[in-house]
Design a binder for this molecule. Structure first.
Ligand code: CP
Length: 348
């Protein structure tokens, strides 16, 4: 793996390798070995053109726990505000010896340009580009789903024996995940649909027609406009094993429909039809978990009761993000197929 730009680029063995490596990383953290020497002398640059809390801090923590040097670059307050181009910024980072560049950008495709334009020798990691992709979010979501669901009973149709890690998959074969809300603007939804499909899970997108992108029918998932019916399930499938609520991205919408964005939905109407509240929690199967990538609009797509319920794994998703990002940086900068994580036990 040279870069991590999109979950569509990940084969099933690649994805399982990242999740297995993340489990090794998490094991080191739980053994109080907070810092591994693996990336000593390497430099990771966090290049953020859009705001972030979880992703930026998580990558910084992950890099530091692998002993890398970290440079945090925020477009606000930098020479970007004087008009400096992405190319000149990249050449500056190259001159400073960046080994990995973690980039968040408002333009879909910016990480791809950075990776392939020839301006950088560094590995490029997409930390969210426009409405396109957020691969490490999908990986930490898959990791969280695996932790909660792979031990519970389901005869995975066609699942292979336990000796071949790639064939065994992530333990998500046959699982059902409902992804609910503002799919139109969500790079998290796009990333998850492709990764979960690769890992053998079934995905249902639930959204109002106005918040679904053109071409969604070609994605490897089902589409529904009816949240209650999806959560209740049917006799053939039962309800979902996990429900992933999406943030309504107000900043990418406009009340007047200007700027190419969708109209901002009526909040009361939206919550009534597509919000996860206490009543809808009651429709879920006993083992089902509630996820949200954050930041949440409490009272809009998710009620406080749902966000704070024992089923919610939202804070755990954040914690798992550190182990997953450690795994990604490790595999990009130091890893090989056979490599073991220094100081870490084998993954379970
Ligand atoms: N989930 C996520 O990307 O959160 P941040 O925008 O806070 O990084």
């Amino acid at each position: 793996m040279r870069h991590l730009l999109s979950t569509q680029d990940l084969s099933r063995p690649d994805a399982v390798r990242i999740l297995d490596t993340a489990a090794q990383m998490a094991a080191t953290q739980s053994r109080e070995i907070k810092k591994l020497p693996t990336l000593r002398g390497r430099t990771v640059v966090n290049l953020f053109y859009e705001d972030s809390t979880r992703t930026r801090i998580s990558f910084e923590t992950a890099a530091k726990r692998l002993s890398a040097d970290v440079i945090n670059f925020s477009a606000k307050g930098s020479s970007v505000s004087k008009g400096e181009s992405l190319k000149d910024t990249a050449l500056t980072l190259q001159a400073m010896g960046a080994d990995a560049v973690v980039v968040r950008h408002q333009a879909s495709g910016a990480p791809h340009v950075l990776a392939h334009a020839g301006w950088l020798d560094a590995a490029v990691v997409n930390a969210g580009d426009g409405t396109h992709q957020h691969p490490t979010q999908a990986l930490l979501d898959a990791y969280t789903l695996r932790r909660h669901l792979s031990g519970t009973a389901l005869a995975a149709p066609g699942a292979s024996g336990p000796d071949d890690a790639a064939a065994r998959g992530a333990g998500l074969d046959g699982r059902h995940v409902a992804i609910v809300g503002d799919v139109l603007h969500s790079r998290v939804a796009r990333s998850n649909v492709h990764l979960l499909h690769t890992l053998g899970a079934r995905v249902t997108l639930v959204a109002p027609p106005t918040l679904l992108p053109v071409g969604v029918q070609t994605w490897p998932c089902e589409v529904s406009y009816d949240l209650d019916a999806t959560l209740a399930g049917d006799t053939a499938h039962g309800g979902p094993d996990a429900v992933m609520m999406l943030r309504v991205q107000r900043e990418r919408m406009s009340g007047a429909g200007a700027g190419g964005g969708a109209f901002f939905p009526n909040p009361l109407e939206y919550s009534r039809k597509y919000g996860l509240d206490a009543r809808r929690l009651g429709l879920l199967a006993e083992h089902a978990i509630v996820m949200h990538p954050g930041p949440m609009n409490r009272g809009l797509e998710i009620s406080a009761q749902a966000a704070d319920s024992p089923r919610a794994v939202i804070v755990e998703q954040v914690a798992n993000g550190v182990a997953v990002r450690m795994a990604v940086l490790y595999l990009l900068l130091a890893g090989s197929d056979e490599a073991e994580v220094a100081g870490a036990p084998a993954a379970a």
